[in-house]
Design a protein around this ligand. Sequence first.
Ligand code: GAR
Length: 207
Amino acid sequence: MTDRVRLLVMVSGNGTNLQAILDACADGWLTADVVGVISNKADVTALVRAAKAGVPTVVLMPRPEEDRRQYDRRLGDIARTFTPDLVVLAGFMRVLSMEFLAHYPQRVVNLHPALPGELVGTHAIERAFAESRDNWRTHSGVTVHLVPDEGVDTGPVLASAVVPIHADDTLESFTERMHQQEHELLVQTLGALCRQQTIEQPREVSQ
Ligand code: GAR
């Protein structure tokens, strides 16, 4: 066992959060390596980011005839080849079943662009902004949590942060601030998890 934590990152899109993780690994802030990136979509920017960093990628698109569990079984088979310590869902827009999750108890981490329990599912940033224009929402936030089961964007919270919505915000300016907060919170939380992993599984010292 080395003291570098093996991260498998799963993505579906732009991959700005993947980039934040790659950068933090490269500059030594995270004592970790992204050992693989799996995308459920082809031709997404996240794959280009991974390739530029020299990280192996796999595109695993769902087949029309297969159900969630069958897909997740194939996903699990591929994930296993990377022997990850942690699986990070960085904008992976599929709900995972126990077929996959059972293999990684306490080891799947999800990022959600809202405060715990709020705005679950897709387009949380856009929905928060729309609610602020209806004059009742003043802030949203970002959550990083464990994924113990098939619940959507729920699970034990590892960290969260509030992001205010200003009166003069546009969707673009609010989205940008949300993404900045996501990148920071995700990397910080992974840092804490990586330290935990290396403490729980201390490196063998030769005598
Ligand atoms: C992020 O905003 C992430 O929080 C969100 O997808 C985006 C991915 O951005 N995830 C969810 O909405 C999960 N419910 P990225 O591809 O640029 O990292």
